[in-house]
Design a protein around this ligand. Structure first.
Ligand code: UDP
Length: 348
């Protein structure tokens, strides 16, 4: 039996009175209660934007966006989307609402094609119907598949290995067609390894189940995970473990803000790879995490995780040149901020 995992729900949690309400200029963050979405909401608010969140709370946390209007609904529910959009006059939509686990997408592709593809098309159609012509889409390095060269620039061939990567590439392609046909302007931002937390420790990563390296290592440091496993130490890298380009969530959010400004000025669709251009191995991450947390880890080496390329590093030149993006945080700060968040552990 195919399981979609959750049923669409529709509920306005913190809504303004609808009586005599004039539509106001604002931006919408779909999936704004999730990890990157909630950091984006905080940044947009700090820059004076009026922000409204649409989120089904299947993976997001209402606590992460306490002072923001939240419409609880699923992008699989067109009626909910239509009702939601009818209440506002959004300048732009940020689309963070997707399922992100590569392994789960292999074992349950239907869930991923439904949520990430059908849900995104619902969202785009409801935007077009409401006359909203700007979207910033969270894409991924997974659209490239196994790298043929490194670092990976925007022209690298796209050959995703997992249903997850395929859903993201499909939406990127759909966005091109929607630009041609309906004039919808989009920026697709391909994240490499998003990591870190708010420097003040008030916001961070909380996936359930957690599958990402840095939060798992730090959960082990704080005794929330008994042990930690490295997935393979026989790769053709200097220390045998995989190398990734970790990018601070705050730097990612800066890129989204610049993307919004780019759309406002240029009104042209684009795609950018977002990474620092510097790679770190799993063993290096563990070393830094041990130093920062002042803990010594119990580490097991397991066999390789299927589908893990040995090295994934972004060429972020295009984003730097065209958006003026300038990522600020390095790997030590990424892990230090994530550790600050892990120690606070304010909500599950
Ligand atoms: N990794 C690991 N143990 C874990 C989780 C991840 O060794 O418990 C490795 C994983 O195989 C990859 C790197 O850490 O080489 C980053 O994995 P993550 O899931 O954080 O991001 P991905 O690169 O898969 O998007």
């Amino acid at each position: 039996m195919i399981s979609l995992g959750f049923f669409p729900v529709r509920k306005i949690l913190f809504n303004r009175s609808r009586c005599n309400m004039q539509p106001q200029k604002s931006v919408c963050v779909v999936g704004g209660a999730g990890y990157i979405g909630s950091h984006m909401v905080t940044l947009l608010k700090s820059k004076g934007y009026t922000v409204v969140v649409f989120d089904d709370l299947s993976n997001g946390h209402a606590e992460a966006i306490k002072d923001v209007e939240l419409f609880q609904g699923s992008i699989l529910d067109r009626e909910a989307l239509t009702e939601f959009f009818s209440q506002y006059d959004f300048e732009c939509v940020f689309h963070f609402a997707s399922l992100i686990q590569v392994g789960e997408s292999v074992s349950n592709p239907s869930l991923y094609y439904q949520n990430n593809v059908v849900g995104s098309i619902n969202l785009l159609d409801c935007m077009i119907a409401r006359g909203i012509k700007k979207i910033i889409f969270s894409s991924t390095a997974a659209i490239f598949g196994s790298p043929l060269r490194s670092p990976i620039d925007e022209d690298h061939p796209k050959s995703p290995l997992s249903p997850y990567g395929k859903t993201k590439l499909f939406v990127e392609e759909t966005l091109k067609d929607y630009d041609t046909a309906y004039g919808l302007k989009s920026i697709s931002l391909r994240y490499f390894n998003a990591a870190g937390a708010a420097p003040d420790g008030m916001l961070g990563e909380r996936h359930n189940p957690e599958t990402h390296l840095i939060p798992l290592v730090l959960q082990h440091a704080s005794n929330r995970q008994e042990s930690f496993s490295i997935f393979g130490d026989d790769y053709s890298t200097p220390d045998g473990t995989c190398i990734r380009d970790y990018i601070h969530v705050a730097d990612l959010c800066d890129a989204h803000l610049l993307a919004l400004k780019f759309l406002e000025v240029n009104n042209r669709s684009e795609a950018f790879n977002l990474g620092t251009g510097v790679g770190h191995s799993v063993a290096e991450i563990i070393d830094i995490a041990q130093t920062i947390s002042e803990k010594s880890f119990d580490i097991t080496v397991l066999s390789r995780r299927p589908g893990d390329p040995s090295v994934l590093i972004a060429d972020g030149t295009k984003a730097r040149k065209i958006l003026g993006w300038d990522p600020k945080w390095g790997i030590e700060e990424i892990i230090a901020h994530a550790w600050g968040w892990e120690k606070k552990f304010p909500w599950q």
